[in-house]
Design a protein around this ligand. Structure first.
Ligand code: SF4
Length: 277
């Protein structure tokens, strides 16, 4: 069977999982095996997602599972994102249980406004984002997506009305850079355009700056100019990278580089913030 969730379009046979290790064979079809299998659950400030211009001072019950459809050598969450079911402890939490946990938390602290799908790549089990979103909305809770944006347009179309706020990674602005990460730029651009067009979805974008890889000012200039043409009010987060996973032992992005690239982005965008500095 072929999985049509993301551009990898993995062929999956009995007993196999796809490249993301989250979707795999079940009962003659490709299913989201990681659905509801939570490896992480924490109450985070919205600013940590990061969202700079949406409900400041509020909190999101943040959940992650395992798996990712990209292979960024610098993955900041590799222990769960580059893992499969057998590699990491998880606990099954149904959408109803998760929404109940969040409403309970809100009853104790009214600054809790919803649920964030984050930490690993949520779109590899997009059905969980959908099902949690529907129940969360019934309870007046927000449904937030933090994602690499690498999914087929029909997945984004399905989720867009169920997402109140999103932060999408725009890792770089060349196909070469995306190939290095195991994805493709065109798919991410389409995701950003689709979410920006969704009236009920607040959208922000993050670019993690990796030294000598995507720190060319010309690349940042092109990225910001394109984003401004999608929506000039989008907040862009230009963030500092720290060596992780396959790039352990390297050097973090110099702070001056991050600030310099943020200034370049401000040539096109009024809302640019730096992160991890
Ligand atoms: S979501 Fe996973 S299984 Fe499906 S095509 Fe993408 S990498 Fe392959």
């Amino acid at each position: 069977m072929r999985c049509e969730t993301c551009p990898h379009r993995c062929e999956v046979g009995p007993g196999q999982t796809g490249r993301c290790r989250a979707r795999g064979w079940r009962d003659g079809d490709v299913a989201p095996l990681s659905y509801g299998r939570l490896t992480s659950l924490a109450m985070d400030p919205v600013e940590k997602k990061p969202l700079a211009a949406w409900k400041p001072g509020h909190y999101l019950l943040s959940v992650g599972s395992y798996g990712c459809n990209l292979r960024c050598p610098f993955c900041q969450n590799h222990s769960i994102a580059q893992a499969g079911a057998a590699d990491v402890p998880w606990r099954e939490v149904s959408p109803a249980e998760l929404v109940a946990l969040c409403t309970e938390a809100r009853s104790r602290d009214p600054r809790v406004v919803g649920i964030a799908h984050t930490y690993n790549e949520p779109l590899v089990a997009w059905e969980y984002v959908r099902d949690v979103g529907m129940l969360a909305h019934e309870e007046g809770l927000a449904n937030v997506l933090v994602s690499n944006g690498c999914a087929q347009p029909w997945v984004i179309d399905t989720l867009a009305p169920l997402v109140d706020a999103a932060n999408i990674d725009l890792k770089g602005f060349t196909e070469d850079y995306y190939r290095w990460c195991g994805g493709d730029l065109a798919t991410v651009k389409a995701c950003i355009e689709r979410l920006a067009a969704e009236p009920g979805c607040h959208l922000e974008v993050t670019c993690l700056v990796v030294p000598d890889r995507n720190d060319d000012p010309a690349q940042m200039r092109a990225l910001a100019a394109w984003l401004a043409q999608v929506d000039p009010h989008i907040t862009l987060h230009v963030t500092r990278y720290f060596p992780r996973w396959k790039m352990e032992g390297g050097r973090p992005t110099p702070v001056a580089t991050v600030y310099g690239l943020a200034d370049v982005a401000r040539e096109s965008l009024p809302h640019v913030v730096v992160g991890n500095c």
